[in-house]
Design a protein around this ligand. Structure first.
Ligand SMILES: *Cc1c(COP(=O)(O)O)cnc(C)c1O
Length: 372
């Protein structure tokens, strides 16, 4: 089976670096928020062009920490996308915010025309959380302009997009804060859960550090109601030594596979999700669109030829049962486009350990589909 992710092959390559990290951390006698975390944070900040990187427990917490650090109060409205991992909205709700949705555009990312209309129509919306979905970066120049024009706080959810850029700007260029996830399937994946925040602000970085560690501003001085979202030394060590040095080659491999798919997949019923021409995607996923009534048939065909596939995401966030209890959730536009993505999207396998012959098999599997 050609899998969406293949961690066993990855382990074969990374094992020596991971085991050396384990040895280093174990023998150091210091296991949480120490030297390894600081070194990883430095490497991550340097790689991403941010002034500060602050490690935390996961991508969900990173968004909550960002919003709370930016002063979100209970009941505060946060404009975001209905088409993302549930975590994007979950973090908003956990931070006390009320999610406000507008539709996505033809690329599947938040529609910035609708974002501006919503901000004009309701000046109470003071927070915006766009998502660089699929690894495709949003238009960062435009996001920055929107942030300035409406004076809102901006958190870029870059869980799927570490390393991506739009024009000359890397992700993180527009937001007050930018959040990352190192969940194993992400482009920079740990051997377990981990996350981080990026910012250019010294003051925000200090708040992130405090909130992730019980709201302590210094030892036994608690200035905020914080959380426990600390990063383990072991994860930081593995991320810095085994993963981060390989990230750019992994991204290049993902880009190579994406261009093979784009050049060789050719099927009347399989459409590529359009990408903004200025976007330098990191291809966390390779999404295609098929007619909704044929999606099961398409996925079954792939599976029959040994090709796993996925759906990102089959149900819009505001349609989830958990959202029934969320008071004040609002829609500032119809969500037709997002809904059509939810009904039509299929993700093909794309990861750095996919071999040439496997890429060819995926292409042949797609091209040989006879919809029925
Ligand atoms: C994975 C993901 C998250 C959450 O990250 P976790 O580390 O799983 O908590 C948030 N937003 C998006 C877009 C994601 O893909």
């Amino acid at each position: 089976m050609i899998l969406m992710n293949n961690f066993k092959i990855q382990w074969a390559e990374l094992a020596p670096d991971c085991l050396a990290s384990m040895e280093r951390v174990g023998s150091s006698g210091w296991y949480v928020l120490g030297r390894e975390v600081r070194d990883f944070e430095e490497g991550l900040a340097a790689m991403s062009g941010a002034s500060h990187a602050v490690g935390c427990g996961n991508g969900l917490d990173a968004i909550e920490i960002a919003l709370r650090s930016l002063g979100l109060q209970p009941g505060g409205k946060v404009l975001t996308t209905p088409l993302s991992a549930f975590a994007t909205t979950l973090a908003i709700v956990r931070a006390g915010g009320v999610p406000v949705y507008v539709d996505v555009d033809e690329t599947g990312l938040l529609d910035l025309d609708l974002v501006e209309e919503a901000l004009k129509a309701d000046p109470d919306i003071r927070y915006l959380v766009p998502v660089h979905l699929f690894g495709h970066p949003m238009d960062l120049i435009r996001l920055k302009r929107i942030k300035e024009r409406y004076g809102i706080a901006l958190v870029e959810d870059a869980a799927q997009a570490i390393g991506a850029s739009h024009g000359d700007l890397p992700i993180g260029s527009a937001g007050d804060a930018t959040t990352l996830s190192f969940y194993p399937t992400k482009n920079l994946g740990a051997i377990g859960d981990a996350g981080a925040l990026l910012t250019h602000s010294d003051a925000l970085a200090a708040r992130f550090r405090s909130l992730r560690d019980y709201g302590q501003s210094s030892k036994y001085v608690h200035s905020d109601i914080g959380m426990n979202s600390r990063l383990d030394e072991l994860h930081a060590a593995v991320l810095r030594t085994a993963m981060l040095p390989r990230l750019s080659q992994w991204i290049e491999r993902r880009r190579g596979i994406a261009s093979l798919y784009r050049n060789h997949i050719s099927h009347g019923s399989v459409e590529f999700v359009p990408v903004n021409p200025a976007a330098r995607s990191v291809w966390h996923l390779f999404p295609v669109l098929v007619p909704s009534r044929l999606r099961d048939n398409f996925m079954a065909h792939l599976s029959g030829l040994g090709v796993q596939s996925g759906i990102h995401y089959p149900r819009l966030i505001p349609d989830q049962d958990a959202m029934k209890g969320v008071a004040g959730m609002t829609f500032m536009s119809m969500l037709d486009r997002a809904r059509s993505f939810a009904e039509s999207e299929v993700s093909l396998p794309i990861h750095p350990y996919l071999g040439e012959s496997e890429v060819e098999r995926v292409i042949e599997a797609v091209n040989s589909w006879r919809p029925s």
